[in-house]
Ligand binder design. Structure first.
Ligand code: ZN
Length: 351
């Protein structure tokens, strides 16, 4: 099975180093990734140009004032939004194509043109809130695509899995009162941005539709896979999404400079196959959107492994019952107790 690969040259024009020379979010991340995929002939995936999102699409997830402020700051030559987040003149256009690629991918998947998609875009999105850019992110690409799939694509339920090592506070905030988007994130804690406590399950009508699974620094593959298999996958199954989107960051890798989780390159194949399985079980297409990953060589390897695993016939390996240590087991049990209040998980007493 092959998929659709979206990218746009405008995404290379956003370069925060103009304002902050050591900034980790570089165009070279995408260049390394694409050089590596080109060597593999893109695994047979069909390459498409990511179109620009419309302002109307952006405003499904962001306030008009936020969209305008990014446009105007870029048009004025750019500058710092916060200590991490910088824009230049070309950043607005890059951000339009990043969000537009995610929307076009969702549209194509829902039209049945493919079952898999990947957007190699930047700036990334999952920290951008409805009214605020932060954490390298201007517009929340995945949130815009999920909201557009519901508003324009007639989809009733979208599942968003965020496997970036940082909490996707933007996506969580944008959908925290909604029950048509189930958001699940595994993230290192403590770490930027500091949100995403296990006890934060969403608000009002959206209570239960936010699943936050913080893991400590040093967490390894067995814990991540346990949390996916025992918490995220059964909740997603019960939710029955019509579309699955992934905030696909690769900064939980042991060689990533911004965090302290310890996934190996091959771990992303295991994570990706589990995402594919849960989408498959729901008869829903699966679309990934690039978020973090700040060691360019490692990022390139991880994306390659991910695309190969998604499109391949391989099955996730069975977890050894003794794979997780006692500390991991305790984290898992706490997560099951919390999330099991809302979703039918094995080992929980409700619902
Ligand atoms: Zn990240």
């Amino acid at each position: 099975m092959s998929g659709l690969y979206f990218s746009h040259p405008a995404c290379l024009e956003h370069d925060p180093r103009v304002h902050s020379p050591g900034h980790p979010d570089t165009p070279e991340r995408l260049i390394a990734l694409e050089q590596s995929l080109a060597r593999e002939d893109w695994f047979g995936w069909e390459r498409r140009e990511a179109p620009a999102a419309s302002v109307e699409q952006l405003e499904l997830a962001h306030s008009a004032a936020h969209v305008r402020s990014i446009r105007e700051l870029c048009a004025a030559g750019g500058g710092a939004i916060d200590p991490d987040t910088y824009v230049g003149e070309a950043s607005y256009r890059a951000a339009l194509h990043a969000a537009g690629g995610a929307c076009a991918m969702a549209t194509a998947l829902l039209a049945g043109e493919a079952e898999l998609g990947f957007c190699a875009v930047r700036p990334s999105g999952h920290h951008a809130e409805r009214d605020r850019a932060m954490g390298f992110c201007l517009f929340d690409n995945v949130a815009v695509a999920a909201a557009a799939a519901i508003a324009e694509g007639g989809v009733r339920r979208v599942f968003v899995l965020d496997w970036d090592v940082h909490h996707g506070n933007g996506t969580a905030e944008i959908f925290r009162r909604r029950r048509d988007v189930l958001f699940a994130s595994i993230h290192q804690w403590p770490l930027y941005p500091g949100t995403g406590a296990l006890s934060d399950c969403g608000t009002a009508d959206g209570e239960g539709y936010t699943i936050n699974l913080p893991v400590p620094p040093g967490s390894r593959e067995p814990l991540w896979l346990e949390l996916i298999e025992r918490v995220i996958a059964p909740a997603a199954r019960a939710f029955a999404p019509e579309l699955v989107l992934v905030s696909a960051g690769f900064d939980a890798h042991i060689e990533d400079p911004l965090a302290e989780c310890c996934l190996e390159t091959s771990s992303f194949a295991e994570v990706a196959m589990r995402a594919r399985e849960l989408a498959h079980a729901a008869h829903a297409p699966l679309g990934l959107v690039l978020e973090g990953g700040y060691n360019a060589r490692v990022l390139a390897d991880c994306v390659g492994v991910t695309l190969r695993a998604l499109a391949g016939e391989g099955q996730p390996r069975t977890l050894a019952s003794d794979a997780a240590d006692a500390a991991d087991e305790a984290i898992c049990e706490r997560a099951i107790a919390q999330v099991g209040r809302y979703w039918p998980l094995e080992g929980s007493c409700s619902p």
